[in-house]
Design a protein around this ligand. Structure first.
Ligand code: HEM
Length: 160
């Protein structure tokens, strides 16, 4: 079975046809998708700004412990809603370069966060309360840039 056959199968599945034929279901799922990534990207942005020196009176650890769980939890609605939006137009999106770029940028954004938590963040207890290490600042800048690019691609999908 070729990838094109899989996308065709997805697009003509009963669920995809139901989403396409229902006047309000696609926008309703898109609203859920938007609420989901508001939590995902919003909490990532708040943590990144703290790493860049905003709100220094709050410790990096306290900010992380409060906002990062929301980022993780949001995946429970961002990914399934994204998948439902995808299957409703799977054939077209499978050849949409902007959509492909969006998924690649999402993978790079998660890898950036993974490398930060695996290495840089391990020494957070030794960080000075007023100055975060250069590696943390670099990860924060990358994260802001990557998630902004993901959102830009997400919005532009419908125009390409
Ligand atoms: C993980 C982080 C993600 C973010 C930040 C994100 C962001 C966005 C944004 C900003 C939009 C445009 C919403 C609008 O303007 O109405 C969008 C639409 C969309 N997203 Fe995502 N998304 C994410 C994950 C996913 C995933 C994992 C998938 C698929 C598996 C996906 C599939 C889609 C589709 C199909 C659309 C609709 C495009 C259209 O308007 O036709 N998204 N997303």
């Amino acid at each position: 079975m070729q990838p094109a056959d899989v996308f065709e199968w997805l697009e003509y599945s009963a669920l995809a046809v139901y989403i396409r034929q229902s006047p309000l279901l696609f926008p309703a799922i898109e609203i859920v998708h938007i609420i989901g990534f508001i939590f995902l990207v919003g909490s990532a942005f708040l943590f990144d700004l703290r790493l860049l020196g905003v709100a220094r009176r709050l410790s990096v650890k306290d900010v992380a412990n409060y906002v990062l769980p929301w980022s993780r939890r949001s995946l429970i609605i961002v990914v399934p809603s994204g998948f439902l939006l995808f299957i409703s137009q799977a054939k077209a999106l499978s050849t949409n370069g902007v959509f492909g770029l969006k998924l690649i940028l999402i993978l790079i954004a998660f890898s950036n966060a993974g490398i930060f938590h695996r290495f840089t963040y391990r020494s957070v207890s030794n960080w000075s309360p007023s100055e975060t290490p250069a590696a943390a600042k670099a990860a924060a800048l990358m994260s802001l840039l990557l998630w902004t690019s993901v959102i830009t691609c997400g919005r532009l999908i419908a125009y390409f």
